[in-house]
Design a protein around this ligand. Structure first.
Ligand code: 13P
Length: 257
């Protein structure tokens, strides 16, 4: 983390977990033990159908609401899809875009991710743009090129002003839901490379203002070490964000003086 230049953001990605009843229960549990967050922003990215419930349940807490996906067209005949404006209108602040599960199971490409980034920014949302390599790609030694390509294509034609509203999340696919966390050195190496790519595109001042998260089996036992890396400005947390006490332990790790 480097709080002088950028915001620390701890975001839970619930994925396809918790119904509306569970959402209300979680909100009560979290609010009961949530610390005063002086140093970091806390976000819960809930399934789209639970956004209204979450917005109501967290109204009196310092917890921002995020979505996990959206479509890039503003409106029209796109059965089953949700637009950026619909999310914004419900009080959503952040939207996860290009998560590896969307790329893997729903055919999302770098081009689609870029269109979604533009649509989200246009609607006033803050995109959390996910990038990450598979185990095969890591073993082939192409991680850095691949991540640079994902970052560059996601940010294609995004202005410096708009980039300041984006978060980049580095999530190595091999560390997601596997219990296998990247070491803090591995995570830091890629997060630093992401900032270097942004510096090449936008210059040093912009690059140092961008929040870069790590995601992939982040949990109470490894959060502090990961967050101690100067280019890791927060976490995108799956499994450990589903339990209020684990999520709070990670928030506490980011919230130290
Ligand atoms: P886990 O924390 O369950 O590994 O999930 C990470 C993730 O995919 C967050 O978006």
């Amino acid at each position: 983390m480097n709080r002088r230049y950028r915001k620390t953001v701890i975001a839970g990605n619930w994925k396809m977990n918790k119904n509306a009843t569970d959402t209300k229960k979680f909100a009560e549990e979290l609010k009961a033990i949530m610390p005063k967050t002086k140093w970091c922003e806390v976000v819960v990215c809930v399934p789209a159908v639970n956004i209204s419930t979450a917005a109501r349940a967290f109204k009196d807490a310092r917890v921002a609401i995020g979505a996990q996906n959206m479509y890039y067209e503003p409106a029209g005949a796109f059965t089953g899809e949700v637009s950026a404006d619909m999310l914004k209108n419900l009080g959503v602040k952040y939207v996860i875009l290009g998560h590896s599960e969307r790329r893997q199971y729903f055919g999302e490409t770098d081009v689609i991710v870029n269109k979604k980034v533009h649509a989200a920014l246009e609607a006033g949302l803050h995109p959390i743009i996910c990038v990450g390599e598979s185990l095969e790609q890591r073993e082939m030694g192409i991680t850095m090129e691949l991540i640079a390509l994902q970052v560059k294509s996601a940010l294609y034609n995004v202005s410096a002003d708009k980039l300041r509203k984006c978060i980049i999340a580095y999530e190595p696919i091999w560390a997601i839901g596997t219990g296998k966390t990247a070491t803090s050195e591995q995570a830091a190496e890629v997060c630093t490379a992401i900032r270097t790519t942004i510096r090449q595109l936008y210059g040093a001042r912009v690059a140092r203002s961008v929040t870069i998260q790590y995601g992939g089996s982040m949990k109470p036992s490894n959060a502090a070490e990961l967050l101690a890396q100067s280019d890791i400005d927060g976490g995108l947390i799956g499994g450990a964000a589903l339990k209020a006490d684990d999520f709070v332990a990670i928030i506490n790790a980011a919230n130290q003086d």
